[in-house]
Design a protein around this ligand. Structure first.
Ligand code: FAD
Length: 415
């Protein structure tokens, strides 16, 4: 697939969604929805429930933070090419559509009522509760994230890792650890590795980057990342697959791994991941060894609690845990909720797509796109091989396209 085709496919999906293609207009039934988590999934859901459902749906969005900081592009904060302020998004456009915004921590979910409990006091009841809290981390014993930041949730952790990298002594060693799948953003650690290798070469002569991957090999876009690791960045980078972190001596900056101890000057430890805490505590995370929430991908209703839906990274589906996919899942969920309020079954044949750009250097990127279609036999979203593709290599042009894609995705998510 050529770049123009990719952009057309991506833009087309976003445009079709923004026009509400495929939805039958109705003004009869009403419904109340409470959404927990205003990230890539929750914000998109709130926006599309209002764009498609208007006044007949009452939407409340709860997030612990008044604005959203994008994880997407946050590795570029480490190299000084983006700022967290520039990646911070207001939810004002959602409020203008009539979404009720609540800034609070949700401490519990009652799947039966359904309702959610707020740390600030009070309970919010709804016809449907949608959980979109992203991920929680499962750190290894001894891990102190103030010493070895993960920077896998954009915010103070990102700032800390950037400061540690800036202070790296000449000839210093940086270690980056990659958790076992499934984790948020499959290409994300590999693209951060490439970006940091390029940055170290330019700013920290003699420094080395050691990558400890818990997986048996590079999990996605193998051709491009292998070429980048083995050729382009081989002077700076050492990649070791199949290495797990058993425990950590954070004060001593030492990782105890399945291949022995490793001590470094800076450690970017990205821990194993699971669904957001409220999903687990509500008893909904029963897939992937009790880590993520199984859902019916026609509506994203929890398989354990039909009035509670789970979208974004917390859900267990065959699609990658990615912001673009979170946006797509939210639209399928919005459509299914509005149909349910009209007494109709969900769309029996949803299609989602994901586009992803990976930084290979500080000025060049590669890309990957995938399309998923509902398969009624497996009741899962199946990858459509003929519509999925990756770039052959990387270029400055793809890096520029990455910015266009990102701006379109964020505008579609938050208005
Ligand atoms: C470095 C990095 C790079 C990435 N690059 C890409 C990329 O290029 N393309 C791509 O598609 N994806 C990318 N991703 C992945 C993407 O960021 C996630 O998949 C996406 O954010 C998931 O959306 P979500 O809505 O599930 O979670 P989030 O976006 O994390 O949103 C969750 C929200 O829930 C809130 N919340 C959680 N619990 C509670 C609670 N109990 N009470 C109140 N609020 C709560 C949080 O404050 C947060 O706002 C990247 C991720 C990282 C870390």
């Amino acid at each position: 697939m050529q770049r123009r085709q990719l952009l057309r496919a991506t833009g087309g999906a976003l445009l079709a969604a923004s026009l509400g293609v495929g939805r039958a207009a109705s003004t009869t039934a009403a419904g109340r929805v409470v959404i927990v988590g205003g990230g890539m999934a929750g914000n998109t859901l709130a926006r599309y429930l209002k764009l498609w459902g208007r006044r007949r749906v009452d939407v409340t969005l709860v997030d612990r933070a008044p604005s959203y900081v994008s994880n997407i592009m946050s590795s570029l904060v480490l190299t000084g090419q983006r700022s967290l302020a520039g990646l911070t998004y207001s939810r004002d456009a959602l409020a203008a559509l009539g979404v009720k915004l609540v800034v609070d921590e949700v401490t519990a979910v009652d799947p039966a009522t359904p309702s959610v409990t707020l740390a600030g006091g009070g309970t919010l009841r709804a016809d449907r509760v949608v959980l979109a809290p992203g991920i929680a981390f499962e750190p290894p014993p001894g891990h102190d994230e103030t010493r070895m930041p993960h920077a896998w949730q954009a915010g103070p952790q990102t700032t800390l890792l950037a400061q540690q990298l800036a202070a790296l002594p000449p000839g210093g060693l940086v270690v980056l650890t990659i958790p076992p799948t499934p984790y948020r953003c499959p290409p994300g650690p590999y693209e951060r590795v490439c970006l940091l290798a390029d940055w170290l070469r330019a700013h920290k002569p003699g420094a080395r980057l050691l990558v400890l991957d818990a997986n048996p090999g590079i999990v996605v876009e193998q051709d491009n990342f292998s070429a980048a690791f083995d050729e382009l960045h081989a002077d700076v980078l050492e990649y070791r697959p199949g290495v797990t972190i058993d425990s950590v001596d954070s004060a001593g900056m030492t990782l105890h791994t399945s291949q022995g101890p490793v001590t470094a000057d800076v450690v970017n430890l990205i821990p194993r991941q699971r669904a957001g805490r409220i999903v687990t505590e509500a008893g909904l995370a029963t897939a992937n060894g009790g880590r993520f929430a199984p859902v019916d991908v026609l509506s994203y209703a929890s398989t354990a609690a039909p009035a509670v839906h789970v979208i974004g990274d917390s859900s267990a589906t065959t699609q990658p845990k990615a912001g673009h996919i979170a946006n797509q899942e939210a639209k399928v969920c919005a459509d299914a909720l509005l149909r349910a309020f009209d007494g109709l079954p969900p769309d029996p044949a949803p299609v989602t797509n994901s586009a992803c750009f990976s930084t290979i250097t500080m000025s060049e990127a590669s890309w990957l796109t995938a399309v998923f279609q509902y398969d009624s036999a497996s009741r899962a979203m199946a990858a459509v091989a003929a519509s999925s593709a990756a770039s052959e290599g990387w270029s400055r042009e793809h890096f520029a396209d990455m910015d266009t894609w990102f701006r379109a995705l964020m505008a579609d998510t938050l208005g």
